[in-house]
Design a protein around this ligand. Structure first.
Ligand code: GLN
Length: 282
């Protein structure tokens, strides 16, 4: 079959079931099968595809037709300009890039900063920091063994193994006697109410443990992290967390008992997306 015709056929199927990115998704699946970049695909559109590649194409297309996210089909996602392997973890979101940006700016003047990334998932936050902050050391932790394997693989792929360490466990549980310059986390924060509004591609495919806090307002993990963090922070350290846009006041109410300085910042879509806490209460 001719590649151009195959792409039109696949795009139409994806469009009919309501996938907005139908054209690009069909192309990405084909690129994955052929190990082609975008340009190679454009230059070879008039070619015919052989039977085994065609079978593989339909196998992956069926997964997308069942609303599986393209990042799980290709095991790839770009984040902060870096390529991440994605398997058994949350898919890195562009919304999270503002958290990384904040951390990198904050660390610019620190000498050999030590950073902890709690609930690291793919490692996208901690590894981006390790990549862009020259003399940093980053310890990444997750409760999910498989996610941690993915994060380790990403560290290898990005040549960051020497600057990073990986610990398995719940929140601060795997850390002992460590004082960091910056603690960062994007913990699960989807509340019981919001859970019901999620689209199939998220609800059916992304790890629930990484998404849901299983409480009414999504603050369960923030409360735990805020209460424990000071033990692992140097006096001038900061705690940076990604938050949901409706959680600002709830988090402020918890944080003010533990920190004197509370500051929120917005993402590119102008939604409140991050909180920074410092000046531990004496
Ligand atoms: N830190 C990872 C991310 O931001 C994973 C977060 C999580 O599993 N809750 O994508």
């Amino acid at each position: 079959m001719n590649i151009k015709k195959l792409l039109i056929f696949a795009s139409n199927l994806l469009r009919k079931i309501g996938i907005d990115s139908y054209e690009i998704d069909a192309k990405i699946i084909l690129q994955q099968i052929m190990s082609w970049d975008r340009l190679t695909l454009e230059l070879n559109k008039e070619q015919n595809i052989d039977l085994s590649a065609c079978k593989e194409f339909f196998f992956l297309l069926r997964r997308r037709l069942a609303f599986e996210p393209i990042a799980y089909i290709t095991n790839k996602k770009e984040f902060y300009g870096l390529d991440f392997f994605v398997k058994d973890c949350l898919i890195p979101r562009p919304d999270t890039e503002c958290i990384v940006e904040y951390c990198i700016k904050n660390l610019a003047h620190k000498k050999e900063p030590l950073v902890l990334d709690i609930c690291t998932g793919s490692g996208c936050i901690g590894l981006s920091i390790a990549y862009f902050v020259n003399d940093s050391k980053v310890v990444l932790s997750d409760i999910n063994k498989k996610s941690l394997e993915t994060a380790k693989k990403n560290a290898d792929n990005l040549c960051l193994s020497k600057k990073t360490e990986f610990l398995l466990g719940d929140l601060f549980e795997p850390f002992s006697n460590i004082k960091a310059d910056l603690i960062v986390s994007n913990p699960p924060y989807i509340s019981n109410k919001e859970m019901l509004d999620l689209s199939i591609d998220i609800y059916d495919y992304e790890p629930h443990k990484a998404l849901f806090s299983y409480d009414e307002s999504g603050i369960y993990f923030y409360e735990k992290i805020i209460k424990q963090a000071s033990k692992y922070m140097k006096p001038d350290a900061i705690l940076v967390m990604e938050i949901g846009y409706s959680q600002e006041i709830l988090i402020e109410n918890i944080a003010k008992s533990y920190f004197d300085n509370i500051h929120f910042f917005k993402d590119l879509a102008n939604n409140t997306r991050g909180v920074v806490l410092n000046k531990i209460k004496g």
